[in-house]
Design a protein around this ligand. Structure first.
Ligand code: OMP
Length: 245
């Protein structure tokens, strides 16, 4: 069963989008968030906004009722990442990510660190960034295709106790088949249609394609933040999700 269905077992709430709040400061962010509600979407704070605002804004948005993805892509020695995950758990965040390339011991330490929190965050591993393609991997010394590397790293993440991965929706169908129904597949690189500007993304899909392929959540920044009516775009995607499941 898709995790979206688990969320919706009592009331059919379909809200697969995590809106990436890639803004420079708090006032711009809060101005934008006023157009949204926790019934429509989840939110993500990444490196730019967190560097500018710190935990204050994270806690403010959680207090407004939003599920929050703290996207700081940890990549460090096991103890450092484990301690950072504990702080995130204490802040009440819903999703925390780390690079799978930090290795098994880093991921196991993170999973152990949050295991005893009554409301622990889901830990997810970043596989191959959606901005990367085959040529980038070759330059880094990898001979696998992006899909092969994503599958290998997703298995390692699952084996190390993580709850899911960040990957492109292009890998979602094979991951869903291999990793089971409960494993979270969080997919950025989403564009409303294939003709839309891909910006710096390389491995992209539409919301409908991604959900059909087995994505649990769609991370969307510019297609929502630059829309004339962000709430209307989200409602449309939620309808699409409802029709699919
Ligand atoms: O971890 C992420 O969220 C992430 C991983 C990845 O592989 N690719 C990726 O684009 N992201 C994030 O997803 C968002 C995508 O933004 P848009 O391209 O504007 O939709 C950004 O906030 C990225 O930091």
């Amino acid at each position: 069963m898709n995790p979206l269905m688990i969320d919706s077992s009592i009331h059919p709430i379909f809200k697969p989008v995590i809106v990436a709040l890639d803004f420079a400061d708090e006032s711009e962010t809060l101005h934008f968030v006023r157009q949204l509600s926790p019934d429509l979407c989840q939110l993500k704070i990444g490196k730019e906004l967190f560097t500018a605002t710190g935990r204050n804004l994270v806690e403010k948005l959680i207090n407004q009722g939003f599920k929050l993805f703290l996207d700081l892509k940890y990549h460090d020695i096991p103890n450092t990442v484990a301690q950072a995950c504990k702080v995130a758990a204490e802040m009440g965040v819903w999703l925390v990510d780390m690079h799978v390339s930090g290795g098994r011991r880093m991921m196991e330490a993170a999973a152990n660190a949050v295991a005893n929190y009554s409301q622990r965050p889901n830990l997810i591993g970043v596989t191959v960034l959606t901005s990367m393609e085959q040529a980038d991997l070759i330059e880094l010394g990898f001979s696998q295709t992006p899909e092969e590397l994503v599958i290998c790293w997703a298995k390692l993440a699952q084996d190390s106790g993580l709850d899911g991965v960040v990957c492109s929706a292009q890998e979602a169908a094979s991951l869903r088949a291999k990793m089971g129904q409960e494993f979270l597949l969080v997919t950025p690189g989403i564009r409303l249609n294939v003709a839309e500007n891909a910006d710096d993304q390389r491995r992209i899909m539409t919301p409908q394609q991604a959900l059909k392929a087995g994505s649990s959540y769609l991370v969307m920044g510019r297609p929502i933040t630059q829309a004339k009516d962000p709430a209307a775009v989200l409602r449309q995607i939620n309808h699409t999700a409802y029709d699919l499941f």
